[in-house]
Design a protein around this ligand. Structure first.
Ligand code: MUC
Length: 96
């Protein structure tokens, strides 16, 4: 199942810089591990914002929740999830 996930990040300005750096480094490592396993299919930056638009490929709503819940930056994110279905006009989805 594919999901579009929008993540807006809002890390408090007063957070200890070392804690912040550790969180961001762990977030990056987790994100890249999930990309390698095929779960985190795409990640795009929203221009001019500390936000991303991502596509996840998981087995269920519960699996997506589990993945998102484990994000190191989860406590500092607003997350919006949109389940995706195939579009009938998508050439890439049509058999030749
Ligand atoms: O930078 C972000 O958009 C937040 C988060 C998502 C992946 C990652 O490495 O950091």
């Amino acid at each position: 199942m594919l999901f579009a996930v929008k993540m807006d990040v809002d890390i408090p300005a007063g957070l200890d810089p070392d804690v912040r750096a550790d969180l961001v480094a762990r977030e990056k490592a987790y994100c890249q591990e999930l990309q390698k396993s095929g779960v985190w299919r795409h990640i795009w930056r929203h221009v001019g914002r500390y936000a991303n638009l991502s596509v996840f490929d998981v087995e269920s709503n519960d699996a997506l929740h589990d993945v998102l819940w484990r994000l190191p930056l989860f406590p500092y994110m607003r997350i919006d999830v949109t389940p995706l279905a195939q579009h009938p006009s998508d050439l890439a989805a049509q058999e030749v």
